[in-house]
Design a protein around this ligand. Structure first.
Ligand SMILES: [Fe+2]
Length: 197
């Protein structure tokens, strides 16, 4: 097993130095790592794989933005970038390949992706789960970081909620449904200009 603390520190530094997102990206990455491990524990996955996968999953977006390097997608860029980083932190070749796989298939925008490992499913689920809990922050990201109009931000987030729900693993859907519904309610309020408590 590799040096998780060293990996966390390096990714945290990258998050704080990146200029595509505000500082909240580190809390997203950290939450996804924790929640992916919780889900792995609940459903019989490998926690020691779920955590570094969560920490690593958005590295392509942190450095190059959501479209990744040359528009290939931040998942593809991230899978390539993460190999030498994980190597530096003493992860084995097998662990690196498993983490790269999880990163490649974590995106929700490709509805046809089949996630073949449990840890890739807990990663995608944890990513969606954190989005459900941060609708106000995502509303701000749409306008502040992605320079969208309020209307375009609304459309973007409606689609994002749909994509996110489709990547939630079946075993976790009952658990996450109330959070998804709350996120949808908050989005409707933000769109309508109703204060969100
Ligand atoms: Fe993410």
């Amino acid at each position: 097993m590799g040096d998780l603390e060293g990996l966390r520190e390096e990714i945290k530094r990258m998050c704080l130095a990146g200029n595509h997102y505000s500082m909240s990206v580190w809390s997203h990455v950290d939450n996804v790592a924790s929640n992916s491990a919780i889900l792995a524990e609940m459903f019989g996955g490998d926690i020691d794989l779920a955590r570094p996968m969560g920490v690593s999953h958005d590295v392509g977006a942190i450095v190059f933005g959501r479209s990744g390097e040359n528009g290939e997608g931040h998942n593809v860029t991230g899978a390539r970038m993460i190999a030498p980083i994980l190597q530096r932190h003493k992860y084995s070749l097998l662990e690196i390949v498993q983490i790269q796989y999880g990163i490649i298939v974590h995106r929700g925008s490709d509805q046809n992706i089949i996630r073949k490992t449990l840890e890739s499913r807990t990663l995608a689920t944890a990513d969606a789960w954190d989005h459900f809990g941060n609708m106000r922050e995502l509303w701000n990201v749409g306008q502040r970081d992605l320079h969208k109009s309020p209307e375009d931000t609304y459309v973007w987030l409606i689609r994002k909620l749909q994509n996110d729900w489709s990547k939630v693993m079946l075993e976790a859907r009952d658990l996450l449904l109330p959070d998804r519904d709350r996120a949808r309610d908050i989005l409707e309020r933000l769109h309508a200009g109703i204060p969100v408590s």
